[in-house]
Write a protein that binds this ligand. Structure first.
Ligand code: FAD
Length: 423
């Protein structure tokens, strides 16, 4: 079977890898000159099942309202009064109900846990160095949090089969001695043992190399502009070809993994409820090792990710519902740096720091769409929001199983576009 994948971010490349494993010939088309140049480029680096959760959660509505009055809010909604943004926000609000949140969180965690298995499977066959840290990830709490919240989180992780434990302040300092000096009043921490971190773009590029070495074809600087569809009588619509600025491509099946652009590309063919959520990161070399964190950690108070990527730190966060612009805002980068410096002063070399912003392709419920569509040979793999790296290999494997008609390892209806069971 010949399959064209539109989008060479981490999701498209992981999909290509697993399709190839199942005997398909793959062609990957991307408007950029190399793999992982958009949202997969400089994300937070966390490959985490234990810390992944939908953002449409109880309490998010209050945050959206409060954010109107706070320039530096970690979550910021900038109303642009477009129909796309309004409908997405309305759908997201519904998903903030506690009952919806628990269903969505379980779906997201199941995918991320499965993705860890699929990543290990890739790693056992391919020696990919992507500056991986494997000593788990840590969430730190600077302020006291209710015991019921901690117990609830631990119970949830246990139900999902994720090994984690709660750490007292002293135990956090044993794992992270640098924090003892800078944040002596820290409250506690949560250590998720099997989660890891690594550079998503490096992984994507190396996996793409492996796909190419096995005969996969990559068309760079190629923007898909049109989709030609056969619609004859009562039969289901079927893609005949896709067209770029200068070429026409044909295949048996088409997987769209075009991130935040997927809804526009498929307009009129499939209704994809994905909207961009802008996020920021700063990457800087570690200057003083004994002042730097040993683990990748998430600061619950400032909602900042601090991931070790070899001898660099990746500091990430902020969620802006603000349209499709990707220009980094210097004030936001400074905010991330201030959060990191507050926890690990003097650990990184500020002169070597680089700032970046990207658009997370987010669904209202936070659960990705890994699915067939009403169009016979059209599939989508998108909507991974703030956890796309963490879910990448699981989504790639599930997509490959769906396209080739194999039994799936996890329940595909949870990620389906058309399934009434998804609701
Ligand atoms: C600040 C930030 C921090 C994050 N931190 C984490 C984290 O710690 N852990 C985690 O799991 N996730 C994280 N994420 C989320 C994660 O990065 C995304 O979910 C993931 O990268 C999405 O991958 P993708 O392949 O779907 O999209 P992309 O990487 O955006 O890939 C889509 C591709 O489609 C191509 N494309 C689009 N339109 C066309 C077209 N018309 N023709 C041809 N090609 C096209 C683009 O060029 C692009 O290469 C973070 C995101 C941000 C912004």
């Amino acid at each position: 079977m010949e399959v064209i994948i539109v989008g060479a971010g981490v999701i498209g490349v992981a999909t290509a890898h697993f399709l190839q494993q199942q005997g398909c010939q793959v062609r990957i088309v991307d408007r950029r000159p190399a793999p992982g140049m958009e949202c997969s480029y400089a994300n937070g680096g966390f490959y985490s099942a234990g810390l992944s959760a939908p953002w449409s959660a109880p309490g998010a509505i209050r945050m959206a309202v409060v954010s109107q009055f706070d320039k530096s809010a970690a979550f910021k909604w900038r109303p642009d009064f477009t129909w796309r943004q309004i409908t997405w926000m309305m759908q997201s609000l519904k998903e903030c109900r506690p009952d919806r949140f628990s269903i969505n969180r379980a779906r997201l965690t199941r995918m991320a846990k499965y993705a860890l298995e699929c990543l290990r499977h890739i790693e056992s066959a391919l020696p990919i160095d992507y500056q991986r840290s494997v000593n788990g990830v840590l969430q730190i709490y600077r302020e006291p949090v209710p015991q019921a919240m901690i117990d609830g989180h631990l119970r949830y992780l246990e139900t999902m089969g994720i090994a984690a434990n709660f750490l007292s302040r002293a135990q956090v300092f044993t794992l992270e001695p640098a924090l003892a000096r800078s944040t002596p009043h820290l409250f506690a921490g949560l250590h998720v043992h099997d989660d890891l971190s690594g550079d998503c773009q490096v992984f994507t590029a190396k996996l793409a190399e492996a796909v190419a070495a096995r005969g996969g074809v990559f068309d760079w600087n190629t923007t898909v502009k049109q989709i030609h569809v056969d619609q004859s009588g009562a039969a289901r619509a079927k893609i005949r070809s896709i067209v770029s600025q200068d070429r026409e491509f044909k295949a048996d099946a088409y997987v769209f993994a075009a991130g935040a652009d997927t809804p526009m590309l498929l307009k009129g063919l499939a209704d994809i409820p994905v909207y961009p959520i802008k996020g920021y990161s700063v990457t800087a070399p570690i200057a003083t090792e004994e002042r730097a964190p040993r683990h990748s950690l998430f600061d619950f108070a400032t909602k900042t990710g601090m991931a070790r990527l070899g001898d660099r730190m990746r500091i990430s966060g902020i969620a802006e519902v603000a349209g499709y612009g990707t220009t980094p805002d210097a004030a936001r980068s400074d905010q991330l740096l201030a959060a990191f410096e507050g926890a690990f002063p003097g650990a990184i070399g500020l002169q070597g720091a680089t700032s970046w912003a990207g658009l997370r392709p987010a669904t209202p419920d936070g659960v990705p769409l890994v699915s067939r569509t009403a169009c016979e040979n059209l599939y989508v793999n998108t909507g991974h929001g703030g956890s796309g790296w963490s879910m990448s290999c699981g989504s790639g494997k599930l997509m490959a199983d769906i396209v080739t008609g194999r039994p799936t390892d996890i329940d595909a209806t949870d990620y389906a576009l058309l399934s009434p069971l998804r609701r």
